[in-house]
Ligand binder design. Structure first.
Ligand code: SF4
Ligand code: SF4
Length: 276
């Protein structure tokens, strides 16, 4: 591909990214019952902690009120969402605050055979789509999908990571001197707006980085502009600005991500950090 073709492709990609409908992810926990190398929520390093329901209620309510009509999809995400202790309440809150949107809960699926009737009732009554990612582990995903359907709950497969080269490794450069605009242009992760605590981040790579810093004493810092306080958001335009423009944290990102095979984490720094 010559240079002009590359530029045209980049311009079109950027236009499509900016035109894409808004979607917002509410992070319930970064803790997970799987242990994937290079996880973009740093789950292998995350403690067993869960977002308080009161915080979720506050952030969902505010974003729903000021920007809900411009948001097409909202997600509950982890870590492993099905480990969240107040899951039924979280699903009801999501529907209450995003009454007309498509709503999803992401899961690696492992807990599906063990979910209670109250979970299935809440998922069905709130019309939440259960989105399953397949991993190359010993687990009967087809039966889990069939179980969702038998409970009257809509389900989708997000990605089949059981094939080779289907996992993406987003690495960070601790020097933080990369061109943030170029990194942002190359980033497909930037639409994954993540609400963590009372803040909205453009992605989990930035929003969850405290787990990396805590595990390895790295110093990936947030600077002004890296997030929005949810209570300061006045409209969907504020959220779009965060999504569509580079933030200081982008200067840590080595992009595009490498396409790799899925493998278990050894909890080593080089799984997430290059040039350390
Ligand atoms: S299942 Fe998902 S959240 Fe859990 S460790 Fe793997 S990539 Fe991370
Ligand atoms: S910090 Fe910026 S470049 Fe890095 S993953 Fe997030 S949005 Fe993409």
């Amino acid at each position: 591909m010559n240079v002009i073709s590359k530029i045209i492709r980049a311009v079109r990609h950027e236009r499509d990214m900016r035109r894409a409908p808004l979607r917002v992810e509410f992070v319930l926990s970064d803790y997970c019952n799987l242990n994937c190398k290079g996880c973009t929520h740093y789950s292998p390093l995350a403690p067993k902690e869960f977002e308080p329901l009161e915080t979720l209620s506050r952030t969902m309510s505010h974003i729903g009120q000021v920007a809900g009509k411009d948001i097409s999809k909202a997600y509950l995400i982890g870590g492993e969402t099905l480990l969240y202790p107040h899951l039924e309440e979280a699903m009801s809150l999501l529907r209450k605050n995003f009454p007309t949107q498509e709503l999803y809960i992401f899961t690696n699926g492992l807990m599906i055979p063990r979910m209670s009737d109250s979970f299935w009732d809440s998922a069905r009554n709130n019309d939440i789509i259960v989105v399953i990612t397949r991993y190359p582990i010993k687990f009967d995903y087809d039966s889990a999908i069939e179980l969702c359907r038998s409970k009257g709950v809509r389900t989708e497969v997000f990605a089949d990571r059981s094939e080779t080269q289907t996992f993406f490794r987003y690495a960070l450069d601790p020097k933080g001197c990369r061109n943030r605009s170029i990194a942002h242009l190359k980033c497909d992760n930037r639409g994954c707006l993540s609400v963590i605590g009372d803040k909205l981040y453009p992605c989990s790579i930035s929003g969850c980085v405290k787990h990396l810093n805590n595990a390895f004493a790295t110093k990936f810092e947030h600077r002004p502009g890296d997030w929005l306080n949810v209570e300061d958001i006045r409209s969907a335009a504020d959220i779009r600005r965060l999504r569509d423009n580079p933030v200081p944290f982008c200067s840590y990102c080595i992009l595009p991500p490498k396409s790799v095979s899925h493998s278990p984490s050894q909890r080593k720094i080089e799984e997430w950090v290059e040039n350390s």
